[in-house]
Each structure stands twice: as structure tokens, then as C-alpha cells.
Design a protein around this ligand. Structure first.
Ligand code: ZN
Length: 104
């Protein structure tokens, strides 16, 4: 596909956020809170559709942290949060758009 996004590196700082180096050299940083609030999973999407906060929930541990992150094939990053939420897969092309100022 023409618009396949190449990723040269992914760095996860569990207390701060995720830094992605794209194949063309663009380096983009995403802070924890912004990532969590933009979680692309169906649950968070439906909360946002109802204009409800996806985070924090009453049971959310503070502060927000990442507990794990795994590549999802070649096209995305699956992030596990310290509130146990792990259904969000952030597609690299969406992150790239986001880095260029287009919100996902
Ligand atoms: Zn979610």
C-alpha cells in the first residue's frame, strides 16, 4: 500500500509517554495522557461519542502509567495501562497523522 507507514523505532517511557521514530526520520512524542484519552478501542470510542471522559474512571490508579507496550504486527502499538486497560491498538498511520497535527 502506498501510504504504509514505516517505523524505525518505538521508545516507551512508562511514566511519560511514547516516542516514535518514523522511517523518514520524523520523531514524534506522545504524552501518556493524550494517548490514553485518544485510545482507539471500541469502548473508549463509544465513551467519547457520548462525550464522557475515557480517563480517569473512578477506579483508575493515579498517576497514569503504561505497564506494557507491544508491537501489533507492523502497523500498530498495543498499549497496556496501569488501570488494566489493554484493548487499545494505536495504528502507526494514525499516530503519524496525529504527529502532523491531525487528531486521530
Ligand atoms: Zn480504550
Amino acid at each position: 500500500m502506498e501510504d504504509h507507514i514505516e517505523v524505525a523505532g518505538v521508545e516507551v517511557d512508562r511514566e511519560r509517554g511514547v516516542t516514535i521514530t518514523f522511517g523518514d526520520g520524523l520523531v514524534a512524542e506522545f504524552d501518556l495522557m493524550s494517548l490514553r484519552l485518544a485510545c482507539p478501542c471500541a469502548t473508549c470510542r463509544s465513551l467519547r461519542d457520548k462525550e464522557e471522559e475515557v480517563w480517569p474512571q473512578p477506579s483508575s490508579p493515579q498517576p497514569l502509567r503504561i505497564t506494557g507496550a507491544d508491537l501489533y504486527g507492523a502497523w500498530g502499538l498495543n498499549v497496556t495501562w496501569n488501570d488494566g486497560h489493554a484493548t487499545g491498538i494505536y495504528p502507526f498511520d494514525a499516530l503519524r497523522n496525529w504527529a502532523e497535527g491531525k487528531r486521530p
